[in-house]
Design a protein around this ligand. Structure first.
Ligand code: GDP
Ligand code: MG
Length: 387
């Protein structure tokens, strides 16, 4: 028994002992995690709670997949350069936003649960098509099986990025707490970077750890985690300081890491200013928060810019020697290289690539000659020279 645990913690632990269903166990463990004092002496305890939670999450997923018999699931075919989901509690204004931002024609009503399944729409911005998908009916307990929760969360897991929609006419901090808990339960990590731990499984040789000094915690715990995951032989490289919990996350292949922004809707409603300020205070460091009004069409162009930014897309114009850049531009993922572009245009272009000339932000002077590995930026103009 660790020293100095609180009464709340002991109560939660008792609940855990009594819990029968996976859901009850998860709720109790979440309480234990929230109430355990955070200091060095409880580090192992916190790690164990987290790992147990992650185990239960996977068990729950399996159980739910079996229950549904693989039958009812939503899937939204990706179209355009990126898929962003609009996720929020019922009535936050997701349908209104989808309608205002895209070509989609969706229901808007004053009572919740109008929309029952994910609805896609296409947003056209800066010559790029971005798919927005309204995910309806997300409620407290969704990840634990409420309503179509698990199916809806799987749509969110599969998207490229997430726009959380909150309603500024009500307590937005409470809405965020509910939503973030469901995302956490579904293994969706928002605006966090996957810890820089590389794990390469090997056939023999046991566990080799490079950069062990970067592990901020007891290495025996690391060995134990590896055993639990049945990793007996691997080369592990720890590239930057990580806690034991970070290490555990890096091992957990069921987690997804996504970028997210918060759309604070109903900025026209009474009390919205105070609510917005509270929201910024609580979440402004972790999320970009964009106040808008779908109804009054306020700040929607700014929102489009932010969604475009969130999608992580750059547009690159191609040109032939002596000609004007071709329209429309080619959308690419941020960090794409000249070779990525060449492959997108034509296999032969990639195979016979010699060099490229680039105009724009990624180069020092116009028409600069670059190689295949050159990383492009938004708005660049590229002339590929091939054999
Ligand atoms: N005041 C105000 N009401 C809004 C705004 N956007 C949506 N609403 C209202 O909020 C309710 C729910 O909107 P809806 O788009 O259906 O929300 P959803 O359940 O998240 O899809 C409707 O009555 C909308 O008219 C807004 O910007 N300001
Ligand atoms: Mg809706």
């Amino acid at each position: 028994m660790p020293t100095n645990v609180t009464v709340e913690y002991l109560k939660a632990e008792e609940e855990y002992q009594k819990a029968r269903t996976i859901q009850e166990k998860i709720r109790a463990l979440e309480k234990m995690y929230a109430t355990v004092p955070k200091h060095k002496g409880t580090e192992k305890l916190r790690l164990h709670i987290k790992r147990k939670l992650s185990e239960l999450r996977k068990e729950l997923e399996k159980q739910q997949a079996q229950k549904k018999g693989g039958g009812y699931s939503f899937s939204v075919r990706k179209e355009g350069a990126a898929q962003i989901v609009l996720a929020g509690l019922p009535n936050a204004g997701k349908s209104s936003l989808l309608r205002a931002l895209t070509n989609a024609d969706t229901d808007v009503a004053d009572y919740p649960f109008t929309t029952v399944e994910p609805i896609p729409g296409m947003m056209h911005h800066k010559d790029v098509q971005i798919q927005l998908v309204e995910v309806p009916g997300l409620v407290q307990g969704a990840a634990l099986g409420k309503g179509m929760g698990p199916q809806l969360l799987s749509v969110i897991r599969n998207a490229d990025a997430i726009a959380i929609v909150v309603d500024l006419s009500r307590d937005p901090v409470e809405q965020m707490e509910i939503l973030l808990r469901e995302f956490e339960r579904a293994g969706i990590k928002l605006n966090r970077r996957r810890p820089a731990v590389e794990i390469r499984k090997t056939v023999t040789g046991g566990i080799v750890i490079n950069g062990q000094e970067n592990i901020k915690g007891d290495v025996r715990e690391v060995m134990r985690m590896l055993r639990e995951e049945r990793i007996h032989s691997a080369e592990i490289t720890v590239k930057e300081p990580v806690t034991l919990e970070d290490f555990s996350d890096a091992l957990d292949e069921s987690l997804v890491w996504r970028k997210a922004i918060v759309i604070a809707n109903k900025g026209d409603a009474p009390g919205s200013r105070e609510n917005y300020e509270r929201l910024v205070k609580a979440y402004g460091e972790r999320f970009r928060i964009i106040p808008v009004s779908a109804r009054k069409k306020i700040q929607l162009d700014k929102l489009k810019d932010e969604l475009y930014e969130l999608a992580g897309i750059i547009r690159v114009f191609t040109k032939s020697p002596g000609e004007e850049p071709a329209y429309p531009p080619v959308p690419l993922k941020k960090g794409s290289t000249v070779m990525d572009l060449a492959e997108r245009i034509h296999k032969d272009f990639a195979r016979n690539f010699k060099y490229a000339r680039v105009w724009g932000k990624s180069v020092k002077f116009p028409g600069q000659r670059v190689g295949a590995d050159h990383v492009l930026e938004d708005g660049d103009v590229v002339e590929i020279h091939a054999r």
